[in-house]
Design a protein around this ligand. Structure first.
Ligand code: SAM
Length: 289
């Protein structure tokens, strides 16, 4: 197996194919072998698993996943990588590459089609310019046991943040609604070529099999979360009134009181259970109007 993380091997390989890194496609390739090994190990991949990988690049993580999984399906946008991936991962019979934009895929359909009878997981060193849309698509597909990704450390901290902290955001609630995150380890910039300007981190999101809150209407729930974070450090009442003009300031105050929350509560201090209670109350009022 070609050691694609070895820079002495990789540079001539890329030069041979006239390959130049595309910043626009978020191409920062791993050059430290321990990183893809650790990601593949921590993602819980074994012979019962089908893995969706996003952006194989020249294949360091792909190799590690193919060594462990029953099947790997990798989606890569940049077709210039075809001849290189043929050399680095062409030997694996359990690998299928889809040459397309991952955001154009129906992820749930793809998983159903490719991983019948297997435990589906997703695993990737994500292109950072589209971290949020990719992660959203993976979680919303609601078909993976776990999603293990390398992202900018700042994003990893947001994904795993607790209520009331600076990193806690609407994106935190979105991720934690679907899954329970665990920060795994940091990856310094020198582990990549070219080096990104930021530290990276690997995070795993284990899908919740059962959600411990009752949510009457998911659209109202996410609208509530968005409205609650839209005016940070302002009273929740103002955020809800702006996000739900039909409620008005008075109605927003009544919702907050009905949920047993203090009048001056701020949205960024609330956990998912409280957002669920608020959203349910708003939804009930709408239905009774
Ligand atoms: N997995 C490789 C590694 O760890 O060295 C490469 C990771 S690199 C950060 C991100 C990869 O995602 C690149 O290969 C890039 O071409 C690919 N990519 C970028 N945008 C994409 C998209 N919309 N759909 C699929 N792949 C994409």
């Amino acid at each position: 197996m070609i050691d694609v993380c070895n820079i002495q091997v990789m540079k001539p390989l890329l030069a041979e194919h006239g390959f130049h890194f595309s910043k626009a496609k978020g191409q920062n390739f791993l050059i430290a072998q321990w990183v893809p090994q650790q990601i593949a190990e921590d993602s819980g991949v074994d012979a019962t698993v089908g893995v969706l990988e996003i952006g194989p690049g020249i294949g360091p993580l792909t190799q590690q996943l193919c060594l462990r999984a029953k099947k790997v399906c990798a989606v890569e946008l940049d077709t210039r990588l075809k001849p290189i991936l043929k050399m680095t991962v062409g030997e694996f019979e359990n690998l299928e590459i889809i040459w397309d934009d991952v955001l154009k895929q129906d992820v749930a359909e793809l998983v159903k089609d490719k991983f019948a009878g297997l435990r589906p997981v997703a695993c990737a060193n994500l292109p950072y310019y589209i971290t949020s849309p990719i992660l959203s698509a993976l979680l919303e597909a609601e078909c993976f046991e776990a999603v293990t990704v390398m992202v900018q450390k700042e994003v990893a901290l947001r994904i795993a943040a607790k209520p009331g902290t600076a990193d806690y955001s609407a994106f935190t609630v979105f991720c934690q609604f679907y899954a329970e995150p665990e920060l795994l380890f940091d990856v310094p910039a020198h582990c990549f070529l070219p080096q990104p300007k930021v530290t990276s981190a690997v995070v795993t999101l284990r899908t919740r099999m059962e959600r411990p809150w009752e949510i009457l209407d998911q659209a109202t729930f996410f609208r509530t979360v968005k409205a609650s974070f839209a005016m940070r450090r302002k009273k929740l009442q103002n955020g809800l009134a702006a996000g739900f003009p039909e409620l008005g300031k008075e109605g927003a105050g009544e919702v907050i009181a009905t949920c047993g929350l203090p009048e001056n509560v701020r949205g960024e201090t609330l956990g998912i259970e409280a957002f669920a209670a608020i959203a349910n109350e708003i939804y009930r009022r709408k239905r009774n109007d």
